[in-house]
Every structure is written in structure tokens, then in C-alpha cells.
Design a protein around this ligand. Structure first.
Ligand code: SF4
Length: 418
């Protein structure tokens, strides 16, 4: 699709074979690998969840719903898949106020007025993949860093001193530069400073998830980005991430590896966002039926500008559409946690935590090794570039005060290990 060319970065410092390969991947679909073919070392699991989710998403026609379908969905006490499909449709747009009120009631019933606060920590930004919309992609000319153990410990010390008790560790997706042993050590270090440790890393096999769980990781988030395999193929041009089914099955492998929780999301704006939102929620729904003991969460990222391409934007997913998606998520999956990241503005996050969201990040940097500078005003070291621009840079103290002023109860930890 030609509009995808707006994602491509003119990598001025790239030359020779690398530049040639980049252009070939962008312009010649025949030069790319089969998006459905597992690499030999990728584990296959026996699961019917992918088939169920993708066939439901393929059949979904958001334009086929009417106001009467939306009225009917809102009249039901429990929300069926068909009701959820109606609530996500464009026919539901005029019902946003009623949907938000219903979502607010559901959130209050299950979560009270609590909002969980955490922070992400990027420990490396090397990536082998070519996702055309992402600042970390292998062909983007950015400052790359991988923190040493001592640097990770210092970052964690600074973050923990701010009061944060849950950390989400992120790397780019480079098994060579951020191998499992490195990530495992980071989890062990995190256990000294935080009560909860989440991971957002490249998908791995069950045995590796089990190892990382033993090292202290307690939940795993993987963004499928889009559940539309054709769009997925056009946007993920190279690297292991290109293997669509292996990524799809990551959460199930993480569950089999013993993780307490798993997180899901599409990157809204890459494809038809209504269909992607339906598929994301159904991914949770079917796994929840198969593994009811696990804690599930949803995120809702939209596209953001990146280093070397400030023009990337969330396309047709504006705050109203995002509010509709999140209200529909809450009505359909009342017990599932919903995270709203710092990609969204402070005003949107302050509003959505009163309606549907149950978890927000604070004190966020998507750069590598710059927390000392950002939290304590110390002189900058050689930091790695950021993955994308954030919109809400509030510290934990500011977030805590803002939530409290809004009548909400910020929660830093509600897990006790016995
Ligand atoms: S989205 Fe993830 S896998 Fe893709 S380029 Fe960015 S960091 Fe790498």
C-alpha cells in the first residue's frame, strides 16, 4: 500500500548492501520471507485460539451494524461477542456517553476507585526487526545502547527511590544483543528493588518464559500490532517478528511457562482499528476460557512520532475513537485490567481512568539509561535514543497527586508473596 511509504525513513547514513536491502524489502514483496513460516527453533503449540480469533475478525463487518444493534447491546446485562462487535462499530459512535457511563459502572464494581501505577524501564534498544513504524527498527539511524548490569542497577535504584514498586522491563527485539541470560539477570536485579516485574521483550519459547519466571518475571506483555495478517505482512518487513503465528501464540507460551499474567494489544491505526480491537479482546476472551487462573490485561497504544520521522501519527484513531474502544473493552471484559500509557495526553489519561482504565505509567522515559538525568537532574550520560515520543511526562509524585485530586486511589502494589 503506497500510504505505507510515509512510514519509511530516509536513513541518510545507511549505504551499500544495507541500503539496498532496505529498499528491496520496502518495494519488492517477493524479497520478504513467508509471514506464516515458523523458524526451525520456534516452538509450535497445539492451540485453536488463533483460528477462533482470526476467523471472527475476518467475518466482522463494522459497517454492518445499526443504532438498533447498539441499543440492544447496551440493554443486555452481560455483553456477548455480538454485542461487543456492535459497541465497537461506527454505529456506536453517537452512543459514546452511554457507553462510557456503563463502562464506568463496570469498572467501579470490579476495581473500586483504584488505579495501579508502574513505570517502564528500557534496558536496551537494539532490534533485529524491520517494523516500518518503529523508531527502534534495524534500519533507523539512532543511538543504540545496552545497559550493563551496574547501569541497570543504578537506573532501578533511582526509579525505586521515587516510590515506584512495579517495573516493566523492555528491550528492543534482538536475541543477539539482549539474550535470555541478560534479561534473566535484569529480572533478578529488579527483584531487589521492586515487588512486581513485567517483561516486554521478543517472544520466546515456553522453556525461556519458564526460566525468566524463575528469575523473577511475573507477567509478559506482547503487542501483536495488527491481527490483519495482510497488513502485518506489509508492515513487518524483516526479522523474527515477521512470523505472525509465533508472535500470536506468545502469551499462551508465557502462560505455559508459569507467568502469572499476560498483556495484549494491537497498535491502533496500523489497520482497521475496529477489527483489530475486536481481535485483541477475543484473543483475551478465548485464552481466559482456556486458562481462567491467569491475570489478563489490555493496552491501547496508538501510533506516535519517532526519531527521524515526526510525521507518524495515529491516523483515524482519535481520542473519541480510543474512548469508544476502551469503553467497549470494559463492558465486554469487566474483570480485565486496562493500561493507558504515556503515549496519551495527560488530559485523556485523567479522564479515561475514571471510565475504563485501571493502570497507568508514570515517570516514563522510552530512552536508554537516562533516568538519573530525568529523575535527579544529573548530567546526561551517553543515552540511547527513544522508541517514540511520549505525551504525558508526569513523574510519580505528579501522577499520584493528580489521581488523588480526581477522587481516585493510586495503588503502587497489591501483591503479597508468601
Ligand atoms: S516494534 Fe519492537 S520489534 Fe519492531 S522495530 Fe520496534 S522494537 Fe523492534
Amino acid at each position: 500500500m503506497r500510504e505505507d511509504a510515509s512510514y519509511f525513513i530516509d536513513s541518510a547514513r545507511l549505504s551499500g548492501a544495507a541500503l539496498e536491502r532496505k529498499h528491496r524489502l520496502e518495494n519488492d514483496p517477493a524479497s520478504r520471507t513467508d509471514v506464516m513460516a515458523y523458524a526451525p527453533d520456534m516452538e509450535r503449540i497445539d492451540s485453536d485460539v488463533r483460528e477462533k480469533v482470526l476467523s471472527a475478525a475476518a467475518e466482522y463487518e463494522p459497517a454492518a451494524y445499526s443504532a438498533a444493534d447498539v441499543e440492544r447491546a447496551l440493554a443486555h446485562d452481560t455483553c456477548s461477542i455480538e454485542d461487543f462487535a456492535a459497541l465497537l462499530s461506527s454505529a456506536a459512535a453517537p452512543f459514546l456517553e452511554r457507553m462510557a457511563q456503563r463502562a464506568q459502572r463496570e469498572t467501579g464494581r470490579r476495581f473500586g476507585n483504584t488505579v495501579y501505577v508502574f513505570t517502564p524501564l528500557y534496558i536496551a534498544n537494539y532490534c533485529d526487526n524491520y517494523c516500518v513504524y518503529c523508531g527502534f527498527n534495524r534500519y533507523n539511524d539512532i543511538a543504540r545502547r545496552r545497559l550493563t548490569e551496574a547501569e541497570i542497577a543504578r537506573e532501578m535504584e533511582v526509579i525505586a527511590a521515587s516510590g515506584i514498586e512495579e517495573i516493566l522491563l523492555l528491550t528492543g527485539e534482538s536475541p543477539a544483543m539482549s539474550d535470555i541470560a541478560y534479561i534473566g539477570e535484569a529480572c533478578r536485579l529488579a527483584g531487589r528493588y521492586f515487588r512486581n516485574v513485567g517483561l516486554e521483550i521478543y517472544p520466546v519459547n515456553t522453556a525461556d518464559y519458564q526460566y525468566l519466571h524463575e528469575c523473577g518475571a511475573d507477567y509478559v506483555t506482547v503487542f501483536q500490532e495488527t491481527y490483519d495478517a495482510v497488513r502485518y505482512e506489509a508492515l513487518h518487513l524483516a526479522g523474527r517478528k515477521r512470523v505472525f503465528p509465533y508472535r500470536f501464540e506468545a502469551q499462551e507460551r508465557a502462560i505455559l511457562g508459569g507467568m502469572r499474567g499476560v498483556g495484549f494489544s494491537a497498535l491502533l491505526g496500523l489497520a482497521d482499528f475496529r477489527r483489530d480491537a475486536l481481535a485483541t479482546a477475543l484473543h483475551v476472551y478465548f485464552l481466559q476460557r482456556k486458562y481462567p487462573h491467569v491475570e489478563y490485561s489490555l493496552s491501547c497504544p496508538r501510533l506516535r512520532p519517532i526519531v527521524n520521522n515526526a510525521g507518524i501519527n495515529p491516523r483515524n484513531v482519535h481520542e473519541r475513537e480510543l474512548c469508544q474502544v476502551l469503553s467497549a473493552y470494559r463492558i465486554f471484559l469487566p474483570y480485565v485490567g486496562i493500561t493507558v500509557s504515556s503515549r496519551e495526553s495527560a488530559s485523556f489519561r485523567d479522564g479515561i481512568v475514571k471510565i475504563a482504565a485501571t493502570k497507568v505509567s508514570a515517570g516514563v522515559s522510552t530512552g536508554i539509561g537516562d533516568h538519573e538525568e530525568k529523575y535527579e537532574g544529573k548530567e546526561a550520560r551517553a543515552a540511547g535514543d527513544e522508541q517514540f515520543e511520549i505525551a504525558d511526562a508526569r513523574s510519580l509524585a505528579e501522577m499520584y497527586a493528580g489521581l488523588s485530586r480526581g477522587g481516585l486511589q493510586p495503588v503502587l502494589n497489591d501483591y503479597v508473596y508468601v
